[in-house]
Design a protein around this ligand. Structure first.
Ligand code: PLP
Length: 397
């Protein structure tokens, strides 16, 4: 743990980043090649349903070692199509500690979210509680989210799904580039759905990717992204327009290059942060199991306010004064959001509530320098060092 005598900016010291440090910056290698590709697409006059989307699907399938990848307009749309295809029009068990889109997809596919707890360490869905909720609700499907890119307990979750006889669908929005014990995320469950929105490690500007071993499921999703139209406009079911454009696919292909190296770099930057703050009271991080690889889509702190001296709101204010952006990913948890206030609240989710109160995501991007990471860590350390004064000042505001 490094120490410094500099006063935190919130107490009048000089800000660590006078020009501001955003939460994320897109890394887009080979931009000259991308421009050539975009020019060619525009010149071709075919901006959708073309060869670039197929090239992206093939490249991702090869990377993940799965036979079917279906490119779609967003992860949300991809989850909706998968849930529709597996017939999840009843109760669906999922974590509440996830992005709202996981639950929204359930609702749009005609299902009712049933929320399960997360485990305290990985902060991904707790397989034991998932099993209990699937059984109690008679769930039609089980969903899990690889939160921040941390692989879920995939073996235990598959057992839960198999025993209940329900499909397991992964919200893998954060996890393109993550690995579970050497196997790429993308090959687990009935299907995994990635996001290519701009905050992700691989981005198309917008977009999503469905990965599956199930040919029938892939075919249903291909139809579903095109209104359910098999080609003769005699639609087989009510689908979406969830196509990915050629332009987005071209950006995603550029963004896909050297993914493993980028993920390794992010892991190294996360380790620098962990080491720099090692021993700081009241601070811990989501646990990535030994042998697993996380994309670290987010670098997220878990702050115990009593031990750290500040809660996440106060720490966020201290960081803001330093010019450092942060987000409470994911707060409020989904079961406390207005959109789901109508659902029965017959049980508490104490681990979810506690973690949601304690998480704070700080900036990380693939080409960030270790020095920048250390300066962010130093700002957190200084905030802790002057926690009482900061809390007093915030109370007085
Ligand atoms: C866990 C999770 N699921 C789903 C989504 C939705 O992805 P998209 O914006 O591609 O629909 C996000 C977006 O950030 C997310 O964080």
């Amino acid at each position: 743990m490094t120490t410094t005598l500099a006063q935190p900016a919130i107490l009048g010291g000089p800000p660590a980043f006078p020009d501001g440090l955003p939460l994320t910056r897109v890394s887009l290698p080979h931009q000259d090649l991308l421009r050539q590709r975009l020019d060619a697409i525009i010149a071709s006059g075919q901006l959708t349903n073309g060869a670039t989307v197929r090239e992206l699907e093939d490249a991702v399938a090869a990377l993940l070692g799965v036979p079917h990848v279906v490119a779609v307009a967003s992860c949300t749309a991809g989850l909706m199509l998968v849930l529709q295809a597996v017939g999840a029009a009843g109760p669906v068990t999922l974590p509440s500690f996830t992005f709202a889109a996981t639950a929204h997809a359930v609702a749009w596919a005609g299902g009712q979210p049933v929320f399960a707890e997360i485990d305290h360490d990985s902060i991904t869905i707790d397989p034991a509680d998932a099993a209990a909720q699937v059984a109690a609700s008679g769930s039609a499907a089980l969903m899990a989210t690889h939160v921040y890119g941390t692989p879920c307990h995939v073996e235990a979750l598959q057992q839960v799904a198999d025993q209940a006889g329900v499909p397991l669908v992964y919200d893998a929005a954060h996890a393109l580039g993550s690995h579970r014990q050497g196997r790429p995320i993308g090959g687990f469950g009935a299907a995994e759905v990635f996001s290519l929105s701009p905050t992700k490690v691989v981005t198309g500007g917008e977009g999503g990717l469905i990965a599956t071993f199930d040919e029938g499921l892939a075919t249903a999703c291909r139809l579903g992204r095109d209104y359910g139209n098999p080609g003769d406009y005699d639609c087989l079911f009510p689908g979406l327009n969830a196509r990915m454009s050629e332009l987005h696919a071209a950006v995603a292909l550029a963004s896909l290059s050297a993914l493993d190296a980028r993920v390794a770099l992010r892991g190294q930057l996360a380790r620098v942060f962990h080491q720099a703050t090692n021993g700081l009271p009241g601070l811990r991080f989501p646990v990535v199991a030994p042998g697993d690889v996380s994309t670290y889509k987010d670098l997220t702190l878990i702050v115990d306010p009593a031990e750290f001296g500040l809660d996440t709101v106060a720490l966020a204010a201290a960081l803001r004064a330093e010019g450092i952006d942060s987000r409470r990913y994911f707060h409020p948890p989904v079961h406390r959001q207005k959109a789901y206030a109508h659902l029965p609240r017959d049980r508490e989710l104490p681990v979810t509530d506690e973690i949601a109160d304690r998480v704070l995501t700080v900036p990380l991007w693939s080409h960030m320098t270790e020095d920048t990471v250390r300066i962010i860590a130093d700002a957190v350390i200084r905030a802790h060092g002057k926690a009482q004064e900061i809390a007093r000042q915030l109370r007085a505001r």
